[in-house]
Ligand binder design. Sequence first.
Ligand code: SAM
Length: 251
Amino acid sequence: MRFDAITLFPELFDAWPKHGVTRRAFDQGLIELHRWQLRDFAADAYRRVDDRPFGGGPGMVLLAEPLLRALAAVRAARGDAAPVLLFSPAGQRLDQALVRELAGGAGAVLLCGRYEGVDQRVIDRHVTLEVSLGDYVLSGGELPALVLLDAIARLQPGVLTPGSAEHDSFADGLLEGPQYSRPERLEAEPGGAPAEVPAVLLSGHHAELARWRREQALALTARRRPDLIAAARAAGRLDAADERWLRTLAL
Ligand code: SAM
């Protein structure tokens, strides 16, 4: 799966492929990341790629022509019709469903905005989808591109321990419940009580453990993200035992 990032700061992509579990996606050639310096497509000796917006207003806009030349070069290098994603606060909110969809494709061209954004005509002609990380404003599209790449890389076969992604939050539409590790008992802090690991986790009863995990996930999701419970119900992913448990919760 090939990704091409068009950016003013290609160095921002240097560290991430070398670290953590997602490094395996690169070492195994499951993901290829090509970085394109937008300034290489400028027309003048100053390598200028931005200018003031027509109609006035603060800040600068990324010029259409260098972007068009960069996109043409990427297209020629790829030789396919991969989607062009532009990172933008006005885009579709990135979620696990979109990550899964993109993880099943052949990759994408990642257009990283800077300054006040990108000349609209480039978006109109070439952008397949605008993607937002959330309702806040960042300085550039590089961090959103890395977030998307990370989420896609961990879904590639062989990157995570088998079965691990299926237990993560959003895999089945719910948040993942709490996790515990050693020691079984944390000694009390002054004025407090010791903290024990829930007994079911040490019991060895697989069916009870599975039910407990499901109930914890349902409880956490119902408290923090009732919208996800409503979506799971509408999609028929809650069974009678889930509904009984949800009715017992004081929300
Ligand atoms: N003037 C733009 C606006 O108000 O929507 C913000 C531009 S921002 C300073 C510069 C670039 O950062 C954007 O072009 C985009 O590529 C990226 N960016 C900023 N916030 C983002 C977000 N929430 N999601 C995705 N990309 C974002």
